[in-house]
Design a protein around this ligand. Sequence first.
Ligand SMILES: *[C@@H]1O[C@H](CO)[C@@H](O)[C@H](O)[C@H]1NC(C)=O
Ligand SMILES: *[C@@H]1O[C@H](CO)[C@@H](O)[C@H](O)[C@H]1NC(C)=O
Ligand SMILES: *[C@@H]1O[C@H](CO)[C@@H](O)[C@H](O)[C@H]1NC(C)=O
Ligand SMILES: *[C@@H]1O[C@H](CO)[C@@H](O)[C@H](O)[C@H]1NC(C)=O
Ligand SMILES: *[C@@H]1O[C@H](CO)[C@@H](O)[C@H](O)[C@H]1NC(C)=O
Ligand SMILES: *[C@@H]1O[C@H](CO)[C@@H](O)[C@H](O)[C@H]1NC(C)=O
Ligand SMILES: *[C@@H]1O[C@H](CO)[C@@H](O)[C@H](O)[C@H]1NC(C)=O
Ligand SMILES: *[C@@H]1O[C@H](CO)[C@@H](O)[C@H](O)[C@H]1NC(C)=O
Ligand SMILES: *[C@@H]1O[C@H](CO)[C@@H](O)[C@H](O)[C@H]1NC(C)=O
Length: 483
Amino acid sequence: MLPLALISLLQAQLAYSQSSVQLSLSLNSLYSSYSFAHTTRPTLFSLPTTQNASVSVALCSASNSSAPRFFLSNSSSITQPSEDDIGQDGVYEVVVGNQGYGWWTGALSEGGFLAVENAGQTSFQIGVSEESPMHDTMDAFPLLGDTASNQGLLFSPPLADAPPPNIPTYPNYTLPSANLSYPSAPPSLQVNVSVFVVPTSALASASMPLTACAMSSSDIQGSIMIDDTGSANNGLWLKDQDGWRWQWLVSGLQPQTNYTAYVVQNETKVSQPINFVTKSATFSCPIVHSLPYCPSIAYAVPLVAPQFPNIAYTANNLPSSVVSPLLEVLSNFTTSLLTFPCGRDEYSPLVSCADCQAAYRKWLCTIWFSRCSEAVDQPTNTDGSVQKPMSALAPQASSATPRSPGLQPFANGYTALLPCIETCTAADRACPNFIGFQCPVPQFNAALSYGVGFIDSGEEGVQGHGSTGVAQDRWGNVWCNAG
Ligand SMILES: *[C@@H]1O[C@H](CO)[C@@H](O)[C@H](O)[C@H]1NC(C)=O
Ligand SMILES: *[C@@H]1O[C@H](CO)[C@@H](O)[C@H](O)[C@H]1NC(C)=O
Ligand SMILES: *[C@@H]1O[C@H](CO)[C@@H](O)[C@H](O)[C@H]1NC(C)=O
Ligand SMILES: *[C@@H]1O[C@H](CO)[C@@H](O)[C@H](O)[C@H]1NC(C)=O
Ligand SMILES: *[C@@H]1O[C@H](CO)[C@@H](O)[C@H](O)[C@H]1NC(C)=O
Ligand SMILES: *[C@@H]1O[C@H](CO)[C@@H](O)[C@H](O)[C@H]1NC(C)=O
Ligand SMILES: *[C@@H]1O[C@H](CO)[C@@H](O)[C@H](O)[C@H]1NC(C)=O
Ligand SMILES: *[C@@H]1O[C@H](CO)[C@@H](O)[C@H](O)[C@H]1NC(C)=O
Ligand SMILES: *[C@@H]1O[C@H](CO)[C@@H](O)[C@H](O)[C@H]1NC(C)=O
């Protein structure tokens, strides 16, 4: 009797001579068929020996009649598994699902083989890992900042935790300065991330697999894929306590078009999709983002167009006539707040001066940076009733006094998307009474300056009725400006 290891070695060699090409896949390797010329593409692969294997496959291009099939053997006696071997011990089909990927997990205690049948011109990937399958869908969603007529500001799902808040203590109760500096060094990421943006209608008619490799090789007209190379408008950003996200300002989009966006991680894992609609061609408010002192601002603001070659405003090119008074107001507010013996006495068992400053900052930023939007057709039910509530929009004539104390009148006029009232009530709740911060009352005039009743239920008979529960959704509806 030959030792078992030698038998399988001989059989491996035999398999090698039987099939046209064979390739050994090692653990944690990702094989892409398109890295080979069509004529020399391997169709039989040997798999490494491991107790925990995840072998995943993904289609990278549309396949019509000839969908490839993948057969796996983890038995050393079946070296070229095929459909005929199904039913035998140790032979499995790796079934490719609707999205274009599939996987097998189990033990490869004697190694194994993966055979590809019917691949034709369809390109594919194989991932071998000791952990979860390489090709997979993530539960997380990208986040839309805002759109302009040919731009979309998009964020990846959180990639790293936010740093823990710095909680000041008495007697050295120091609050962050009004001009917040960029939070301590961003993390070095253990993940690659890119965004795929595609016109929704083109994606629907393309019959493209929804896999990462299909996205990166997509030739759908108007589709865009951007990786995580940093630039003036792309990079890691700590928008809020949800954590660090990658931010992209995607340009070159068509006006008034529905887009679908996916985020791809580690070149193999695909997020859930979000949808958004670009603004009409006449929309003229530029996008403002990446302001350390107002970290959550990431939307279109009624400002004159930034100077070429800038395509948006960041802390680097926002005029000081807008920023300086904002920082002065915030700084004066902080001074007043600190007349309270913060950290020694409490004005509430739930919140502190630091919470007050943070909530006030968010409110002030949201008020200071008015948000531009546009009326869109609201989806209607079959009986003609409006299915979703109207957004909190308020048209601003070019001659109107600016809503923001920090902005000039906007020559073109625009439609404002009002701040969510919850941004105001959060500051009201977090701050001590002596500060005198007050929000307008829903029954009276609040709806003139705020989006009322979208997130919290608010009062009966009030606009919105808390019907959405959120400021925006994954379909691109934005009801009020949550800042
Ligand atoms: C294999 O997976 C099991 C369960 O997930 C785990 O307990 C074990 O540590 C893994 N072994 C290796 C070598 O990764
Ligand atoms: C499959 O697609 C290829 C290229 O997209 C095309 O040339 C071929 O005719 C299609 N075959 C069938 C049966 O639809
Ligand atoms: C093949 O995989 C099956 C399913 O995971 C497992 O029960 C079996 O032990 C494996 N065989 C070998 C030889 O590793
Ligand atoms: C007070 O706290 C701030 C911020 O935490 C720190 O920079 C400063 O050195 C402290 N001052 C004293 C006197 O401890
Ligand atoms: C805010 O701080 C940054 C450096 O952290 C500085 O470059 C900038 O000039 C400051 N802005 C104002 C208005 O003081
Ligand atoms: C990406 O790869 C890194 C390193 O291999 C790993 O730590 C991380 O969990 C992976 N992330 C995803 C989403 O697969
Ligand atoms: C990210 O991409 C680079 C270059 O493509 C690669 O060298 C690196 O290993 C990748 N990292 C992860 C975690 O996938
Ligand atoms: C975007 O898609 C939605 C839902 O399919 C549709 O109601 C809407 O009219 C589309 N908008 C544009 C601008 O194409
Ligand atoms: C901030 O406080 C200073 C000093 O009290 C005052 O002169 C200034 O007008 C205040 N600025 C604003 C914007 O309230």
